[in-house]
Design a protein around this ligand. Structure first.
Ligand code: ADP
Length: 413
């Protein structure tokens, strides 16, 4: 490569550096191809230039860009690898010079006829990817005033080398963009589905709960032991559906919040006043440590309650029998920090930043020992962010977890 550059001379070399800079920065495939053919024609002083790219699936070549106005039906007609000049260049993976295209049986005259052009001479070089595998062919057509020189071949080869890598990168980038759009569409579909399903499930469940409560009141003591588990299951289902419904807050944004000044200390105290039944059954100790002063925040209290009860429910759920759960609130500068700690199963490092994603669960769905649909923490994060707050976790697998939420104190911003 260095030898090649030495022969190019300073002016052409400077131009090549500039071309390389532009090609490296380009991400749009069409613009990139247009730029390459323009440069190819200028650098080799030719009437026209074309790029034929290899379709990775069919392994046919297509005229993808040309300084001549190729009709669309010609551009979409495959150029066979065998029996075409571009095909031979690609397969041999080396440059080729054609001094009289008209008399070469491999030259496709139909294109010339369609655009009323006469191809006389062709200098064609393979375009290669980073692994030096050919991905297309760059052709300079009809040298003006003289014959193609060795230097033209050198220049075109270097240009094609830079261009091949740039084309590959632009294609990857386009695929990535496409995948990103598809992912966004899928995410929207999922959100819509949750909204519809949760709405539809809520009504029949209210009927079930209503009749079950009524039945419970009217039932005999023997029947109670059969009704209670059904009622518990229906209440659990309602919690799950409520989590799904709460996502509406997130999609409609801050406007849905009923913001008011609330004392977070009172809110946490009231929420934790009743002993949680599951924690009682699991003989867990829940300690609540709150400051003497009030800590006012601007928030929707019912939403903050949803977040805190998700954190507390998780702490209870992922802490074994006899474990401890501590809930604290304290002032940190202009913020209040609420922390829910447990000495439960903890979370391994590689899951820590993913547990706040929608539907993320560490246990695989078919081996799950715990109930839940992986929405609680995602919801908590999105709801806390709607309050201009932050949520994060410190955890050691097998030791326990500390979930923190930070919310701005009212009147501080
Ligand atoms: P789920 O409803 O499945 O519990 P979450 O979004 O609330 O969903 O939590 C996501 C995952 O994060 C859980 O499935 C669990 O693996 C992990 N996790 C959450 N809280 C704790 C905790 N206190 N201790 C250990 N793991 C936890």
């Amino acid at each position: 490569m260095r030898e090649r550059f030495a022969k190019l001379g300073v002016t052409r070399l400077a131009r090549m550096v500039e071309v390389s800079r532009i090609l490296n920065a380009a991400t749009n495939l069409d613009q990139l191809l247009t730029y390459i053919i323009k440069e190819a024609a200028t650098l080799t002083n030719t009437e026209a230039a074309s790029i034929l790219l290899l379709d990775p699936d069919t392994r046919d070549l297509y005229v993808t860009a040309s300084s001549n106005d190729i009709p669309p039906q010609m551009a979409s007609t495959p150029v066979p690898l065998d029996n075409s000049i571009a095909g031979v260049i690609l397969q041999a993976n080396k440059p080729m010079y054609i001094s009289d295209a008209a008399s070469d049986p491999r030259w496709n005259k139909k294109i010339d006829e369609a655009i009323n052009f006469q191809t006389r001479t062709i200098l064609g070089v393979p375009m290669r990817d980073v692994d030096r595998k050919p991905v297309g062919v760059l052709e300079a057509i009809n040298k003006i005033g003289s014959e193609f020189t060795r230097q033209d071949a050198e220049m075109l080869t270097i240009l094609a080398d830079i261009a091949g890598v740039a084309v590959e990168r632009a294609r990857l980038n386009e695929n990535l963009q496409r995948a990103y759009v598809e992912l966004n569409d899928l995410d929207q579909l999922k959100t819509d589905f949750i909204a519809i399903a949760s709405h539809e499930l809520r009504t029949p469940l209210s009927v079930i709960l209503g009749y079950l409560s009524f039945l419970r009141e009217e039932s005999t003591p023997e029947l109670l032991s059969q009704i209670d588990p059904v009622l518990d299951a229906a209440v659990h289902l309602r919690t799950l559906i409520q989590d799904m419904l709460n996502f509406q807050y997130v999609s409609t944004g801050r406007e849905m919040l009923k913001l008011t000044e609330v004392d977070i200390v009172t809110l946490v105290r009231d929420m934790t006043a009743d002993r949680d039944e599951t924690a009682v059954v699991k003989r867990q100790t829940i300690t609540v440590d709150l400051p003497g002063e009030s800590l006012p925040i601007l928030a929707d209290p019912s939403v903050v309650e949803v977040v805190l009860s998700n954190l507390i429910d998780n702490a209870i759920k992922f802490t074994p029998q006899g474990g401890c759960i501590d809930i604290t609130a304290e002032r940190h500068g202009q913020e209040v920090w609420v922390c829910v700690s447990d000495n439960g199963i903890g979370i391994a490092d590689d899951h820590l930043d993913r547990i706040f994603g929608r539907f993320y669960q560490i246990e695989s769905p078919n081996r799950r020992q715990h109930e839940g649909i992986g929405l609680g923490l995602a919801l908590a994060k999105e709801l806390i962010e709607l309050h201009q707050g932050r949520i994060w976790v410190n955890s050691d697998e097998g030791v326990g977890s500390n979930f923190f939420i930070a919310l701005p104190l009212a009147g501080m911003s």
